[in-house]
Design a protein around this ligand. Sequence first.
Ligand SMILES: [Zn+2]
Length: 277
Amino acid sequence: MSRVPTQKSYETEADEENYAARRRSSSSTLLFLIIVLLLGVLLFLRYKGESKEDDTVLSSPSPDIVESAPPEETAEPETSPEPTIIERPWNLVLVNRDNSLEEGFEVPALTQLQNGHAIDSRAYQSLQDMMDAARADGLQPVICSSFRTWDKQDELFYNKVSSYLNQGYSQADAEDKAAFWVARPGTSEHQLGLAVDIVDINYQLLDENQESIAVQQWLIEHCMEYGFILRYPTSKSDITGVGYEPWHYRYVGIEAAKEISEQGICLEEYLQAVPCS
Ligand SMILES: [Zn+2]
């Protein structure tokens, strides 16, 4: 019976030793794990530090950045909304009954012509060249209308309205009828400074005979060579909203003028801005 406890105690000692050994072993394992963990944390922190350094390097100007930037830029337009305001170069600004100038619009620079006339300085030389060429062909073109201030357009328009009011039209009807012949303030190309009305020195009446006089025939044939267009062809009055006006020339630049002329279209069609109504 005594052997059993001895045996038992022996076994217990052995167990204790084993147990102690296991504890030492698990303590070592735990210590090892902690060291590994700490090393991991240190490595991670070091890696983060290096990443930041890398970022700093990449953010400085380098060919790599320049090359990698465009894909981000090209991806942007897909998500951003379409622009609602149509930006056009100065020579292709559209001014008509549906497209008014902003109140307070000013021509950047005007060049004064004879008889108190003026034109946007950027179109001046082309106008001068066209007039000189017509004169060289034995003609006598005269500018009878050019740049107009807002006040002047206002005066012209309301004079026309008055004439319809005197005929018994209502205010609204008188304005609508007047607008077919004289643009409402803000909607005249003369306010833009890029339009001129040209007639023959010997025939200055603005009537249906203008189309057949030599000066108009010469201008209709050659104006595009100088960057001008006959702005309101009679056949396009439903699109332009302007009636018979074969003396009104608008500067758009040679490239646009030639294309408009060759295609037999008006400025609204060229700019793909034909009104819906
Ligand atoms: Zn005009």
